[in-house]
Ligand binder design. Sequence first.
Ligand code: IMP
Ligand code: MG
Length: 150
Amino acid sequence: MSQSNDILQVLLTEEQLKAKCAEMGAQITKDYQGKNLLLVTVLKGAVVYLADLMRCIDLPCAIDILIVEDILDSGMTLSYLKGLLQGRNPASIRIATLLDKPSRRKVDLQADYVGYEVPDEFVVGYGLDYDEKYRNLPYVGILKPEVYTK
Ligand code: IMP
Ligand code: MG
């Protein structure tokens, strides 16, 4: 059965996501000219975004992947993560997020690069899951509530 049947509404199409990555990549390319760029992502939700974003950055860059999903789920925050990265003594740290859900903010934190603001709905696709499913949908969609209430 198609996973699309569980989607209430497509929030961001494949084309919109692609265009946003191009826009964010161009900005990062501009901002990081002549600098040593290391892209750090957090498993698992952001891997699709990383894969697309890095190909829109026209600079040499290294990547790193942090496996912290379980700790994050148990309350670790992005600001804590920022502290962890600070330990590596980078020249600077900036946060890029494709999706921003300000309604659910746990700590006061503003990302430096924001793709789209999303409403307070549970969304899946483009890397985001519910019960490990839907990550491979090429778009971001709102999951039908009956999927997680049944
Ligand atoms: P993942 O589960 O490894 O993909 O990490 C995604 C993180 O985003 C988890 O901590 C989720 O709880 C969190 N999250 C917040 N809002 C959403 C949403 O709308 N859909 C999917 N994950 C979400
Ligand atoms: Mg998840």
